[in-house]
Design a protein around this ligand. Structure first.
Ligand code: FAD
Length: 403
């Protein structure tokens, strides 16, 4: 430490691309890196490259509000998110890196009888899937979070659905941990390498055009999150996805007062407190389609209003910074992990504003699909053609809240 970082060796290499790989993954976000890690570690496929147009962690994996949970209702979603939760629980030991996995609880507030019934149903579905869920009444919430506005006539807090095993994880450390684990097993992580075209011959992908030249591949996996439509278009695919901005905010540091994650059920607002003391919060997506990584002031105002309705004392807190990320919004709120019309082209997309919590399971299931050609058992519903067949998984971001 006293010698600065001069003697430190980089946590992953900076290799030049080889002419050909067994598997190429487009996108060095959480999902692309996790896929490469599990391909190498669980399926023994190590001749793999992850191509990232910027630096790893520059996309949503380093921009999200770090919430993890598995409080889903539908059969097609719940087992997958619970697999992810179980992988989170062992992740730091597995990839030997501190990702600050903190299971401090996620509480969704409800404000009406109808919402209470919906949350009760969700909690029951979770329990039937073996996932922890507790329904709290107003007194229990008040004991936990005395500073919420319980006198608000418009949005009376009646209680909340708590998942104690939910919580937060340091997002960029997840990218670093997976990158390091993949790299040490032989995966090439190639940064500043934008994919600009997908070369095809006789119904198969032969490789990708990039800013570092042509790279051939046996299989191509797309994990470009907010840019999924743009990348898929290079292979003639039109995705049922729109890209929107989601903003997030961090306040000045305050003494610890919010232990877990709390979501407002009567509008779009959620908040947690980082170990440094800053409140980390956000709301809904900006309404218009965009590939810009910044949002507009109307949404900032909406988030501030909803936050104040839930915690009146927020009006005195100063915001330090805000930012935005591009969300790959699928039409039913659920993701896609599937093969495509091209024999060796595979797609991982449609994570909306909730893909961080899915990172370990998404990587594991995508690696399973790439390695074995069949979906992993918890990811069988994430089919690309479900919109055409009418088999939608209509579960938008959970309850009234994103993330
Ligand atoms: P990314 O990190 O975006 O990875 C995709 C990568 O592909 C990028 O690095 C990009 O540069 C690269 N790429 C794109 N095009 C190309 C190309 N042509 N060539 C090469 N590389 C390319 N989810 C939760 O579960 N909990 C939360 O609390 C939460 N909060 C959020 C808050 C905000 C403000 C935002 C923006 C998102 C939030 N999310 C949350 C959603 C979550 O972050 C995303 O769903 C998830 O990170 C997407 O997967 P990823 O990590 O692989 O994406």
């Amino acid at each position: 430490g006293l010698r600065g970082n001069k003697t430190w060796s980089p946590a992953w290499r900076q290799p030049e691309p080889k002419p050909h790989y067994d598997v190429v993954i487009v996108g060095g976000g959480g999902h692309g890196l996790a896929t490469a890690y599990y391909l190498a570690k669980e399926f023994g496929i190590t001749n793999v490259a992850v191509l990232e147009k910027g630096y790893i962690g520059s996309g949503n994996v380093g921009r999200n509000t770090t919430i993890i949970r598995s409080n889903y209702l539908l059969q097609g979603n719940n087992p997958f998110y619970e697999l992810s939760m179980k992988l989170w629980e062992g992740l730091e030991q597995d990839f030997n890196f501190n990702a600050m996995v903190s299971q401090r609880g996620v509480l969704n507030l409800f404000h009406s009888d109808a919402q209470r019934d919906a949350y009760t149903r969700r909690g029951n579905a979770m329990r039937l899937h073996g996932v922890d869920a507790d329904l709290l009444d107003k007194a229990a919430v008040q004991k936990m979070l005395p500073f919420l506005d319980y006198n608000n006539a418009r949005f009376p807090i009646q209680g909340g659905l708590l998942q104690k095993r939910g919580g937060t994880v340091r997002h960029d450390a997840v990218a670093w941990g997976y990158a390091r684990g993949a790299d040490m097993r032989g995966v090439d992580i190639i940064q500043n390498c934008e994919v600009t075209g997908i070369r095809r011959e006789n119904g198969k992908v032969t490789g990708v055009e990039t800013t570092k030249g042509f790279i051939g591949c046996g299989k191509l996996g797309l994990a470009a999150a907010g840019n999924s439509s743009r990348v898929a278009e290079m292979a003639g695919l039109k995705l049922p996805i729109e890209s929107h901005v989601l903003q997030a905010f961090v306040s000045e540091g305050l003494k610890p007062f919010i232990n877990g994650v709390v979501t407002f059920g009567a509008g779009h607002f959620y908040v947690s407190q980082s170990d440094k003391g800053g409140l980390v919060f956000g709301g809904d997506i900006d309404g218009y389609n965009s590939y810009a990584q910044r949002g507009n002031l109307a949404t900032v105002e909406h988030v501030a209003e909803a936050g104040k309705a839930m915690i009146p004392s927020l009006s005195r807190v100063r915001v330090l910074r805000s930012w935005g990320g591009i969300m790959d919004m699928s039409m039913d709120g659920s993701p896609i992990i599937d093969r495509t019309h091209l024999d060796n082209l595979y797609l991982n997309a449609g994570w909306c504003y909730g893909g961080f919590k899915a990172t370990p399971a998404s990587g594991f299931c995508f690696a399973h699909l790439l390695a074995r050609g069949t979906p992993q058992e918890t990811a069988t519903a994430f089919r690309l053609d479900r919109f055409a067949r009418g088999f939608m998984l209509d579960e938008k971001g959970q309850g009234a809240q994103p993330n």
